[in-house]
Design a binder for this molecule. Structure first.
Ligand SMILES: Cc1ncc(COP(=O)(O)O)c(C=O)c1O
Length: 404
């Protein structure tokens, strides 16, 4: 089997339990419930609700905090398209705020300036595993009576001011897609300390079944009532974003092994850190002293004019490194945005909206310089040749530049 470090006996054991149980769905089985309870406890929250992606989680969360047509949601332009799409899915208006130069996370001062009477929610992202400034966002939200939906897709088990990140924000969302700290292949999970938010998220992700509760995804608790011809099943709008039981089995096993996954990402990040420590132009993403990153990847900003991003990438590969990931294009530069195609979703709300690039000078400057080094290897031994490749690339480029 490939990836033996990633999936082991525990995953097989729980998957077998699902198959042996007669193979129900999340509305009848118990594996989603077990995974939710374990995950909530692990990340320090009261309630958890599983989903089929870390995008559907965000969609449900926005709905749960009351984001609707014409409402504005403030988010970062340096993130995955999911954040933009879920705002559109609610016919709400995406509003961008610039990022911080050192952490690459959305800047609370820029968020403050972007607030209007129409703002309904802030959706900050803890980019690459570094917690965004959660205190500041909760403070802004309290001041304006709006909600924070924290996208922690890449930040499982990160800490902010010594505490689990899940203690901030109305709802915290995680992705379980295959590159994430723990994975179900595709999947997502939200956590919250508010029973009302949990119940709303669950209903939104499971067709609005009236029987659903904050901690219970089952819908046929009383078969006689459920099969009564007069029984009305649905009391809310919902999509079908449920997680299959087999995926939840993987999620439960991965949650129990989460400390191991976080530990190796941290160890590999420390190796990269050592490799760039003597290099004055690969500047690592800043981690505020009160925060603990979980290093979804190891990210640096390439701060040298005489060597291009491509030169470094090519040299790194030549030296035996894996491909370096570039940051996503800034959302307002993505074709769907720049072309105006997105406005077709709800022309009445979007007609007059303009994304003025000039308002985001830091994001514009930072995004083309970012290099994300892979660190989801199974061990430090596996990562070692890649870190050595990084050191060699730095040495060789230095030499060739001195010669030139
Ligand atoms: C910051 C961020 N938000 C949201 C998502 C969406 O998660 P998913 O791919 O599970 O839908 C991702 C995944 O790439 C992500 O990195």
């Amino acid at each position: 089997m490939k990836n033996t470090w990633r999936f082991g006996e525990l995953e097989f054991q729980y998957v077998r339990e699902v198959l042996d149980s007669g193979f129900g769905s999340s509305t009848s089985g118990s594996m989603n419930t077990r995974f939710e309870a374990a995950f909530a406890e692990k990340v320090g929250a009261k309630y958890a609700v599983t989903f089929n992606s870390g995008t559907s989680t965000l969609h449900a969360a926005l709905d749960a905090v009351g984001v609707g047509p014409g409402d504005e949601v403030i988010t970062t332009p340096l993130t995955v398209i999911s954040n933009f799409d879920v705002i559109l899915a609610q016919n709400a208006v995406p509003v961008f705020a610039d990022i911080q130069r050192d952490t690459f996370n959305i800047d609370p001062d820029a968020v403050r300036k972007a607030i209007t009477k129409k703002t309904k929610a802030i959706m900050p992202v803890s980019l690459y595993g570094v917690p965004c400034d959660l205190d500041a966002f909760d403070e802004i939200a309290d001041e304006h009576g709006i909600a924070v939906v924290h996208d922690a897709a890449q930040a499982h088990m990160a800490k902010y001011k010594g505490r689990p990140i899940a203690e901030w924000a109305a709802i915290t969302s995680y992705s379980l897609e295959n590159s994430k700290h723990i994975t179900t292949g595709d999947g997502g999970i939200i956590v919250t300390n508010d029973a009302g938010h949990a119940a709303k998220c669950r209903k939104f992700g499971s067709l609005g079944y009236a029987a659903l509760k904050a901690q219970d995804g089952r819908i046929r608790n009383n078969k006689l009532i459920f099969q009564d011809p007069n029984y009305k099943r649905h009391d809310a709008y919902g999509c079908n974003y449920r997680m299959p039981e087999v995926a939840a089995a993987l999620g439960l096993a991965q949650t129990e092994r989460m400390d191991f996954f976080i530990k190796i990402r941290r160890e590999i990040a420390a190796m990269y850190e050592e490799a760039v420590s003597t290099c004055d132009y690969l500047i690592p993403q800043a981690i505020p002293s009160h925060s603990e990153s979980v290093y979804w990847c190891y990210t640096v900003s390439m701060e040298r004019d005489d060597i291009s991003w491509y030169d470094f990438r090519d040299k790194y590969i030549e030296c035996g490194g894996d491909g370096i990931y570039a940051a996503w294009a800034l959302l307002y530069d993505e074709t769907i945005c720049a072309s105006g195609e997105w406005k077709r979703r709800a022309p009445a709300y979007y007609r007059d909206v303009v994304f003025d690039r000039a308002k985001f000078p830091i994001a514009n400057e930072v995004q083309p310089k970012l290099m994300q080094f892979v660190n989801n290897y199974g061990s430090t031994d596996e990562a070692l040749p890649k870190v050595e490749a990084m050191k060699r690339a730095i040495r060789e480029l230095d030499k060739s530049c001195r010669r030139a």
